[in-house]
Design a protein around this ligand. Structure first.
Ligand code: BTN
Length: 281
């Protein structure tokens, strides 16, 4: 644990509770039904296992997870000191626009973290990671559940490293993962952060107007920590270096490889890593 982590954050240690989160909540749908648990295997899984009995906008928040999942089947380290939450969205529209939902969620979560922590240099690394100073402080996982004969469902999971000690991260991500407490000493509670995330999500997820939707995408691009940078692009076993030229309207990445060839890289099975991340501490 760093010095910064030991001296700050008494409020971050306050337990999560429905009453405390609700006291900061300013939403119509998200969090109207909610559960707070001390531990879950994965909050996304919690929702998927109970999907037929949960309400639209249901939120579950956990103090820790023992089988947290990330994109591409990876695990997501979820010890105490973090905030792990998932929400249920019912309806075909969310399912069809999972990429757009990821973009909207990233913008909302980035804004919530900035608002509550006071950090101005929080950004988004394509496609769904929230970064601060080249370190990952939060991951987002949007999943679809399609059931014939039923409504369709989307589950949106968000994991934030608030005061997570570095030693709790898997060695494979220790060089890129960090906690908010590594960068600031603002004294906020995870209840406030959870509510701010939901408040901001409600502002972006349900926007239907085309112009307003385009503004959210612009904000996603403006917050990108990847545009103009060189990255490793991994697809299955293959990793190549490319410069990121931009982000398309459908959230695809526009890149130029070292041989000069340009390509559109779609979300899905691809992941990116900033070059230089692993050398910086
Ligand atoms: C990623 O980094 O690839 C996405 C990580 C998403 C983690 C969150 S924590 C809450 C929810 N439950 C999970 O098992 N995963 C998501």
């Amino acid at each position: 644990m760093t010095n910064r982590q030991t001296r700050a954050f008494p409020a971050a240690k306050l337990p999560l509770s429905i009453a405390a989160v609700s006291s900061y909540l300013d939403t119509d749908l998200l969090g109207s039904t909610m559960a707070v648990v001390r531990s879950a295997d994965s909050t996304n899984k919690y929702i998927k296992e109970r999907i037929s009995v949960l309400d639209d906008g249901f939120v579950i928040i956990a103090e820790k997870q023992h089988a947290g999942r990330g994109r591409l089947g990876r695990s997501f380290a979820s010890p105490e000191g973090g905030l792990y939450m998932s929400l249920l969205l019912i309806g075909q529209n969310h399912i069809e626009n999972l990429d757009s939902m990821t973009v909207r969620a990233a913008v909302a979560v980035k804004n919530a973290i900035s608002e509550i922590s006071g950090l101005s240099d929080v950004g988004i690394k394509w496609v769904n990671d929230i970064y601060c100073r080249d370190k990952k402080i939060c991951g987002i996982l949007a999943e679809r559940v399609v059931r014939k004969g039923y409504c369709d469902f989307a589950v949106l999971g968000i994991g934030v490293n608030v005061t997570t000690p570095k030693s709790s991260f898997d060695p494979s991500v220790r060089d890129i993962a960090a906690s908010i407490s590594d960068f600031c000493s603002v004294n906020f509670s995870r209840n406030e952060l959870a509510a701010a995330i939901l408040n901001n999500l409600e502002k972006t997820l349900f926007v239907k107007d085309k112009e307003k939707s385009a503004l959210i995408l612009d904000e996603y691009r403006d917050s990108s920590v990847i545009i103009g940078r060189k990255v490793y692009i991994t697809n299955g076993e293959k990793t190549v270096i490319a410069e990121v030229l931009g982000i398309d309207d459908d959230a695809s990445l526009y890149v130029r490889y070292e041989d000069g060839v340009t390509e559109i890289v779609r979300t899905g099975e691809v992941s990116t890593k900033l070059i230089g991340e692993e050398e910086k501490e």
